[in-house]
Design a protein around this ligand. Sequence first.
Ligand SMILES: C[S@@+](CC[C@H](N)C(=O)[O-])C[C@H]1O[C@@H](n2cnc3c(N)ncnc32)[C@H](O)[C@@H]1O
Length: 266
Amino acid sequence: MTSKFAFRSIIAAGAFALVAAGGVAIAQQKPFEPQVGQAGKDVVWVPSPDGLVTAMLDMALVTKSDYLVDLGSGDGKTVIAAAKRGVRAQGIEYNPDMVALSRKNAAAAGVTNLATFTNGDIFQTDFTKATVVTMFLLPSLNVRLRPQLLKMRPGTRIVSNSFDMGDWTPDQEAGAKGDCTSYCRAMLWIIPAQVNGSWKTANGQLVLDQKYQMLTGSMTNAGSTSQISEGKMNGENITFTAGGRTYTGKVNGNSIQGNGWTATKG
Ligand SMILES: C[S@@+](CC[C@H](N)C(=O)[O-])C[C@H]1O[C@@H](n2cnc3c(N)ncnc32)[C@H](O)[C@@H]1O
């Protein structure tokens, strides 16, 4: 009696285990569904509105020769939108389920040839290859990334959904295309060439004091010194006014080739 009872118990327990295992299997088959606001490593997931993704890609003037990297790429929507424009694009995302979902979304959109996704931490993953960086993070994370961004090739465009870069003012701002209820503004920064310091010109000296893309300083021409105004870098293009003349030129390392003037660092 006792052993019969024990045997029945074993069968019942076995059946329960099978049902439980089946339940697990069913639960494992259920596709991953991201939840707006779900935790992320450094910031939660909220997708950028479609109209803002359009505005971000428009303001970065992306072309087929660009390589776009979305830092914290979520479900991959920015990367996929860029790939649909014929741009090679890579997402870096910490959450492996979001990476798998992004790859599935890219396949459904028919852009796996251009859209790739890396499962990793944006602070540990090399993205120096990018010519356009997009992000929807937090102001504190943008500021943490700022030194790394400023070392990128001059002319690289950085576009952020809603959040700024601390005291580095944007070169442009734009609103979302079409209907948008939240996170509807984007900012663009163009990585400036580094020109801070003293330059020799044919007629004297140019002293540039650079803060991000903004320039102040002075120009000495045949012994007469003028303060610089409206000085600005746009990637490797320099422009400023001194002594009533507007100077423009292109910076190439330690030399500037200008409109009727040249300068050499030192
Ligand atoms: C606000 S969502 C933006 C998603 C997407 N870029 C977009 O605009 O729709 C931020 C994403 O960053 C991811 N994330 C947070 N910290 C990260 C980190 N350190 N490295 C990589 N991804 C991260 C989150 O998992 C989330 O998917």
